[in-house]
Design a protein around this ligand. Structure first.
Ligand code: CP
Ligand code: NVA
Length: 308
């Protein structure tokens, strides 16, 4: 019998209070890490990481994070496992989750991770699907908090494809009560149903300059996400006016930050002077994947911990 367990498959699986708790824990865990003070609450726990798509940040942050917390991580690439030969995801879930304590999956359709979770005995974390990338936004929001304080009531401008990262920003806007401006080329906009659910937390724009005007944070992502490579050439044409450059950034608030989940294509979705410039916090964002995911692993495996 499968006991009900908590998963992090979408940002909205957690409450606002839980996300804020994770930020507190991430700050504490980060501070200890920076002081070289060991913290190993996950001794003897094992994380399985299933990668059906490429990764650098997610792979390293989960594997290093789990090991720093005293546990172990196993990396499973599709091509090396029976998944690559067509074993049903439900069977993979039943087997793996009898052997490990927690699972992180990066895959294609959201339904794949939902099916895995439905047959899992242990918590499952979404390490990116076609629809969502909740661990990314956890790191991004923590980065905003570190640099500028609470994001409540602020405006975030998303320029480009309404992809997995954009969808997750939208869930975060609803949960943490900020506003998301989204400017996407025709044919790449947020679906109407998703937009309607967001209500006043979302404003859609045709012109990216209008979306960025007055924003506290400007963010973008690649024009072609993993899994959509066949559309690359068409997208290069369709997205040509959706590049974040210095002129566009000048329309945002004077202290506005720039974020990008990475990997980035300089000269496509963002110019080098912006991503490598003084308002960019992309390296902090990447580092904070480590600290926030350690807080997430701790929470899913041992629950709330009183501040020490
Ligand atoms: N941002 C992010 O998830 O990076 P990777 O694809 O390298 O894991
Ligand atoms: N939207 C991108 C994010 C990569 C971290 C993709 O899905 O490829």
């Amino acid at each position: 019998m499968i006991v009900a367990v908590r998963h992090f498959l979408r940002f909205s699986d957690f409450s606002c209070a839980e996300i804020e708790y994770l930020f507190e824990r991430a700050a504490w865990i980060k501070q200890r890490f920076k002081r070289y003070e060991p913290y190993r609450p996950l001794a003897d726990r094992t994380l399985a990481m299933v990668f059906e798509k490429h990764s650098t940040r997610t792979r390293v942050s989960f594997e290093a994070g789990m090991m720093q917390l005293g546990g172990h991580a196993i990396n499973l690439a599709t091509r090396d496992t029976q998944l690559g030969r067509g074993e049903p995801i439900e069977d993979v879930a039943r087997v793996i989750t009898r052997m490990v304590d927690i699972v992180m999956i990066r895959t294609f359709e959201q339904s794949i991770i939902e099916r895995f979770a439905a047959h899992s005995r242990v918590p499952v974390i979404n390490g990116l699907t076609d629809e969502f990338h909740p661990c990314q936004i956890l790191g991004d929001l923590f980065t905003y908090l570190e640099h500028r304080g609470s994001i409540r009531g602020r405006t975030v401008a998303w320029v480009g494809d309404s992809n997995n990262v954009c969808n997750t920003w939208l869930q975060a806007a609803m949960l943490l009560d900020f506003k998301l401006h989204v400017a996407s080329p025709p044919g790449y906009e947020i679906e109407d149903e998703r937009a309607q659910r967001a209500g006043s937390h979302l404003e859609r724009f045709v012109d990216p300059h209008e979306a960025v005007r007055g924003a506290d944070l400007v963010t973008t992502d690649v024009w072609t996400s993993m899994g959509f490579e066949a559309e690359t050439e068409e997208r290069k044409h369709d997205f040509v006016d959706f590049r974040v450059d210095a002129d566009m950034m000048a329309l945002a608030q004077p202290d506005a930050l720039f974020m990008h989940c990475l990997p980035a294509h300089r000269g496509e979705e963002v110019t080098a002077d912006v991503i490598d410039g003084p308002r960019s916090v992309v390296w902090d964002e990447a580092e904070n994947r480590l600290h926030t995911q350690k807080a997430l692993l701790e929470y899913l495996l041992i629950g709330r911990v009183e501040a020490q």
